[in-house]
Write a protein that binds this ligand. Structure first.
Ligand code: GRF
Length: 202
């Protein structure tokens, strides 16, 4: 029986599409739900076009009451009978209570070489620091923001005339390789690390 994966998004959902497309054939998991915290998330239509169940839990009516928002998330995840959550550009901070319920079963992709640059504006910070290398990380989610065990990383060079946008554009295609590669191993019970670079693609 396949493991059931819910993908949580806030935006265009390009990582969600890469994940969903990867879960076919002998893959040990299938996408059962794409859930967004805004009806405006562009990825919702992409998921619907792929025949995937979608749901929206808008965070705004809940204001500062994160627990109430998360109670609605939990309902949707329960209905979908999800085994694993993949956060894919999901721009809400989750409480420790929610994270702990999914401990060991929730992954995230973050656009930096963790532990560097947790939080936002990662590409600008890598450029400002003069880093020669940047990339992305897939990690298990723990109650420490962007702080859980890293399961895979992909690296690219930072070029002298890079802007945050050009660096993001160089990294995004690797996100689309890394996240499915990590998920496939993770769903197979293998948590050994995946290392990708443009010289070492999957
Ligand atoms: C990705 O760069 C991801 O690393 C970051 O947000 C972006 C989401 O893009 N957290 P998409 O919605 O998957 O296209």
């Amino acid at each position: 029986m396949s493991l059931r994966v819910a993908i949580l998004i806030s935006g265009g959902g390009s990582n969600m599409v890469a994940l969903a497309k990867s879960m076919t054939g002998d893959h040990p998991a299938r996408t059962v739900l794409v859930l967004a915290n805004s009806a405006n998330a562009g990825g919702l239509q992409k998921a619907a076009d792929m025949g995937i169940e979608t749901a929206v839990v808008d965070h705004r009516p809940f204001g500062a009451d994160r627990a109430a928002f998360e109670a609605e998330l939990t309902k949707a995840l329960f209905v979908a009978n999800a085994d694993i959550i993949c956060l894919a550009g999901f721009m809400r901070v989750l409480t420790a209570d929610f994270v702990n319920q999914w401990q060991g079963r929730m992954l995230n992709i973050h656009p930096s070489l963790l532990p560097k640059y947790k939080g936002l504006n990662t590409h600008a910070r890598a450029i400002a620091a003069g880093d020669s290398e940047a990339g992305c990380s897939v990690h298990l989610v723990t109650a420490t923001l962007d702080g859980g065990p890293v399961l895979g990383q992909a690296r690219v060079p930072v070029l002298p005339d890079d802007t945050p946008d050009s660096l993001a554009a160089r990294i995004l295609p690797l996100e689309h390789q890394l996240y499915p590669a990590v998920l496939r191993k993770f769903a197979s019970g293998d948590e050994t690390r995946v290392n990708l670079s443009r010289a070492n693609p999957v």
